[in-house]
Design a binder for this molecule. Structure first.
Ligand code: AMP
Ligand code: TRP
Length: 337
């Protein structure tokens, strides 16, 4: 039997090549080997303020990005195995997620949530006093997402590892208290190219929420924008194209080049021996464009109606799985189901 994987992305901000290389590209590779469920996590998105109309638009946008990237969730098109999978759906269309979260809340500790790096980062400016309780509790909802489906593998970027650890701890704790119920999930983190750094600051990861648009290449950026952003990307001192930890900005650009060209950093170094940043950057922009153009063509060919239909269908497929697990949990804690 195939193992199950579950992952999700929030419909906030604009997805960038870091999201693609760190998360979605991985999913596409794994989708046939596993029973795959990919979610648009709109309930996570509202843990920070969102404009309702924008949230609706972004939710459809993320689903289109999943499909354009190659998640074959159009029903029956998965190669071999159970044609039910891969599934894509919207988190808020399956209420079992929040129900399970409530129960998990009762076995989660304040101290373990206070440790979460993401919470600490997101409350750095204003302090945690004014932060929404939902932001604090975000990792428990994520644990519910994962545990509801008997997920064994969670493909995410490095930054989500701590949250997956919490899901593991909660699963173990629940099992110990109430008897064997949850599968203990594992994070799956791709070693190479997993962390794409900001183009304006190679010390910090490329981010949807970075203030400057020059931090990232967005998946829906047009050609001119991509060329401009790569041109402006910070570089290190010196003029040679070398792949080394002493040159973090260049290392990041070479990693991006490598990921989109299927060449190794060493090969790229060789290609640019005796050449300067100008040549390298110009060609890097074209490599990215070469990937993004067909991606964007697929994206544009999808209609909102078609995508909403696929998402509804996905929610209908996952609900029975979710309900079965939730009923088991409710019974174990003493609810009358
Ligand atoms: P986020 O953009 O934080 O909502 O993350 C969505 C997914 O993309 C998660 O699995 C992240 O780990 C991954 N991700 C986000 N930013 C990066 C990045 N700069 N490099 C690699 N993966 C990333
Ligand atoms: N918190 C994750 C992020 O921001 C998104 C997410 C929500 C998720 N639920 C999940 C990822 C379950 C994997 C599994 O990237």
């Amino acid at each position: 039997m195939k193992k199950r994987i579950f992952s999700g992305v929030q419909p906030s901000g604009n997805l960038h090549i870091g999201n693609y290389l760190g998360a979605i590209a991985n999913w596409v590779k794994l989708q046939d080997e596993f029973e795959s469920i990919f979610c648009v996590v709109d309930m996570h998105a509202i843990t920070v303020p969102q404009d309702p109309e924008t949230l609706r638009k972004k939710t459809i946008e993320i689903a289109k990005i999943y499909l354009a990237a190659g998640i074959s969730a159009k029903g029956g098109s998965a190669s071999g195995g159970d044609p039910t999978f891969p599934i894509i759906f919207i988190q808020s269309q399956v209420p079992e997620h929040t129900e399970l979260m409530w129960i998990l809340n009762t076995i989660s500790k304040m101290s373990e949530l206070e440790k979460m790096t993401q919470f600490k980062d997101k409350t750095q400016k204003g302090g945690s006093e004014g932060a929404a309780v939902g932001l604090f509790d975000y990792p428990v909802l994520m644990a519910a997402d994962i545990l509801l489906y008997g997920t064994e593998v969670v493909p995410v970027g490095e930054d989500q590892k701590q949250h997956v650890e919490l899901a593991r701890d909660l699963a173990k704790r629940f099992n110990q208290k109430f008897g064997e119920t949850f599968i203990i999930p594992k994070a799956f983190i791709k070693e190479e190219g997993m962390r794409v750094m900001g183009l304006d600051n190679p010390e910090k990861k490329m981010s949807k929420s970075a203030e400057s648009a020059y931090n990232r290449i967005e998946l829906l950026d047009d050609e001119e924008t991509i060329r401009r952003k790569i041109k402006k990307a910070v570089t290190d001192s010196g003029s040679e194209i070398v792949y080394s930890d002493d040159k973090p900005a260049l290392k990041n650009l070479i990693n991006i080049y490598a990921a989109f060209s299927n060449k190794s950093p060493k090969e790229i170094e060789k290609m640019y021996m005796g050449k300067g940043y100008g040549d390298f950057k110009a060609e890097l922009a074209e490599v990215i464009i070469g990937f993004l153009t067909p991606f964007q063509e697929k994206y544009s060919a999808l209609s909102d109606e078609e995508v909403l239909e696929i998402l509804k269908d996905g929610a209908e497929k996952v609900r029975p799985i979710a309900k079965e697990k939730l009923d088991e949990v409710k019974t174990k804690v003493g609810f009358i189901v």
